[in-house]
Design a protein around this ligand. Structure first.
Ligand SMILES: [Zn+2]
Length: 287
């Protein structure tokens, strides 16, 4: 059964580890993430962007697939199904479709409008036992065509949004979606520390987990980060493994063209990436 992410992240923050949010794109992706979480006895959050939701034909398809897999694969670790960077309209669509968690990305609105819309969505989500993430300060890079510059959030605005009753909060601390440029200045631990001091027990979320050095990830966890989003890294490892298979001509040998064979190396590569992240985040055996 899907669970809200509120409790698993409260536990993570108190236990000084982080739960990974792994974005899914199809059946193989979802199966790889769930299987790895179960094998490592780790809680897990499945992230779905609006673009991926559209690609998979819609949110009810995803809810059906994930619930089916939890049952058929005997998944017993806590699993949350979470809308990533949701617009106001899509938050309602996911609440309706049976997601157990949503993120409202109101970072591009004025703080007043972000507050008004977040307040409304907190009530709508909590009425159904669904957890809600909010964002302050836009996160850099490109995600589904939206490009941000990686600003640092204003800690006072973070406190203002946290007080609206959101379950966890994404604060921009210089992080970027996708690959990091060579001249990246690194995470602003000063900002993170200031945000945590004002928001107390609120689990903080680090977006753009791909390519942040491990020591920075670990330091961020000590400063209150309890959820880390991983997306691009699984895509890169899936693509590299699939490329290797095709370039080796394996799809031309025997029944190597069978999609179950063709997609197997990429599947295994996603599993390896997820395992590596769960070990770094410290969520292994925390289910
Ligand atoms: Zn993000």
């Amino acid at each position: 059964m899907l669970v809200s992410a509120a409790e698993m992240l409260k536990k993570a923050k108190a236990g000084h580890y982080a739960v990974g949010q792994f974005n899914i794109n199809n059946l193989e992706w979802t199966k790889a993430v769930l299987q790895t979480a179960q094998e490592l006895n780790s809680p897990v959050i499945l992230g779905v962007s609006e673009g991926a939701g559209k690609y998979m034909t819609g949110y009810t398809t995803i809810v059906g697939m994930v619930n089916g897999m939890i049952k058929e694969m005997n998944i017993t670790v806590p699993v949350a199904l979470h809308l990533d960077h949701g617009s106001y309209e899509h938050c309602y669509k996911c609440i309706e479709a049976g997601f157990s968690s949503i993120m409202f990305d109101g970072s591009h609105y004025s703080i007043e409008e972000n507050v008004a819309k977040t307040t409304e969505l907190v009530a709508a989500a909590h009425a159904k036992g669904i957890s809600i993430e909010a964002e302050v300060g836009s996160i850099g890079g490109e995600e589904d065509g939206v490009i941000g510059m990686g600003e640092c959030a204003d800690p006072n605005e973070c406190k203002q949004i946290a007080d609206l009753g959101v379950d966890f909060l994404a604060a921009g601390i210089g992080n970027i979606h996708g690959k990091y440029p060579a001249n990246w200045k690194g995470l602003s631990f000063e900002t993170l520390d200031a945000v945590q001091q004002l928001t107390g027990d609120m689990p903080l979320v680090l977006h753009g987990g791909t390519g942040i050095p491990t020591d920075m990830i670990k330091k961020a966890i000590t400063l209150g980060v309890a959820k880390i989003n991983v997306n691009t890294e699984c895509q890169l490892s899936f693509a590299a493994a699939t490329r290797k298979y095709v370039e080796a001509g394996k799809d031309l040998e025997g029944k190597g063209f069978d999609p179950r064979k063709l997609l197997a190396p990429g599947f295994d590569a996603i599993k390896a990436t997820v395992k590596e992240k769960m070990e770094i985040f410290g969520s292994v055996n925390q289910a």
